[in-house]
Design a protein around this ligand. Structure first.
Ligand code: SF4
Length: 324
């Protein structure tokens, strides 16, 4: 696990008075390719952290494997570069161990929707208090252009040169069919203000905030999402007073649709009909149910209030029971 150095904290450290800037969260120099959409996501998240005056030592960034999963190195917070597809169980464990920490989970489309799919569905059902960002560029970038679950038909890749044999998975359709889902949004890296507003909305939510971020990989999927949003007819912004703000200047880059994010059935229908090819894909808040209890609230609410000494004794008793 990547950690912070003790000298990053000063005795007079006081978040209330401190003026946070992006520099407070900047870790190592990113090594993504030039023009990669990951840069926009990193900046958007840093802006949200600064706006919310989040102390770096109160945040844990957990990732799986992939280009996106280098994120923990580039944030000056606690971090855990995990195992392929396993970022969500690690994140859930961090959340349960210390619910006071803010947990941001970073995954790619192959990471989350393929090897990690089982963990994804169950994490949605458990609804732990996590901000989950899935960078979807419709390709495996780190392993140099292999077909991922969201690769569109007709896309030549190194594993399927004539294009995938199967139609792509629609993550929004799948997620809106999961029991216990409490927050679903979609944003795109080429609309940074809307992306930042989407992350801010997810940051404020209690429970699992799932944000699918459409992201171009200039190296291996430059054509993705209509060459990175150049085709206006492929997208539509969701507008609702309770949703994510859409700047009027964005009217040129996508259409608009009114949708109530509290309406589960309407969100399911919207997700079912979005596939970028025949129907515009929605950008914004598809669904939110703030009344759902998060998993840490359910689990920790059932625990008796114990002192650290009593917790230690209970743990030792449990461990000894395995050896007897
Ligand atoms: Fe970004 Fe693609 Fe390069 Fe990976 S291969 S860093 S996703 S541009």
């Amino acid at each position: 696990m990547k950690g912070l150095h003790i000298d990053q904290f000063t005795p007079d450290y006081c978040p209330e008075d401190k003026n946070f800037t992006l520099a407070d969260y900047e870790g190592e120099q990113p090594r993504w390719c030039k023009g990669c959409g990951d840069f926009a996501i990193l900046t958007a998240l840093e802006k949200v952290l600064a706006t919310n005056k989040t102390p770096a030592n109160e945040l844990v960034c957990v990732s799986g494997i992939g280009c996106s999963s280098r994120f923990p190195y580039y944030l000056k917070t606690f971090g855990f570069h995990g195992v392929h597809g396993r970022a969500l169980p690690i994140s859930t464990g961090v959340n349960l161990a210390n619910p006071k920490l803010k947990v941001v989970t970073i995954m790619g489309d192959g990471d989350c929707f393929s090897i990690g799919l089982g963990h994804w569905i169950h994490a949605l059902r458990y609804n732990p208090n996590l901000l989950v960002l899935v960078f979807d560029n419709e390709i495996y970038g780190l392993t140099k252009k292999q077909t991922s679950p969201t690769t569109p038909l007709g896309t030549s890749t190194r594993t399927t040169p004539d294009g995938p044999y199967l139609p792509p998975l629609n993550p929004l359709k799948l997620i809106m069919g999961a029991t216990g889902v409490s927050f679903v949004a979609q944003a795109a890296t080429w609309m940074p203000a809307h992306l930042t507003a989407s992350i801010q909305k997810g940051f404020e939510h209690q429970g699992l905030s799932f944000i699918r971020v459409l992201q171009r990989c200039p190296m291996f999927s430059p054509q993705a999402f209509g060459d990175g949003g150049k085709q206006r007819e492929l997208f539509q912004f969701i507008t609702d007073p309770e949703g994510i703000r859409v700047d009027p200047s964005l009217a040129q880059v996508a259409g608009q649709i009114t949708h109530d994010p509290r309406d589960l059935r309407a969100a399911q229908e919207l997700a079912n009909s979005s596939d970028h090819s025949e129907n515009p894909s929605p950008l914004g808040l598809l669904f939110q149910d703030p009344s759902l209890a998060s998993y840490d609230q359910i689990r920790l609410g059932h625990l008796p209030s114990l002192s650290p000494k009593e917790k230690g004794a209970l743990l030792m008793k449990k461990l000894k029971s395995y050896g007897s």
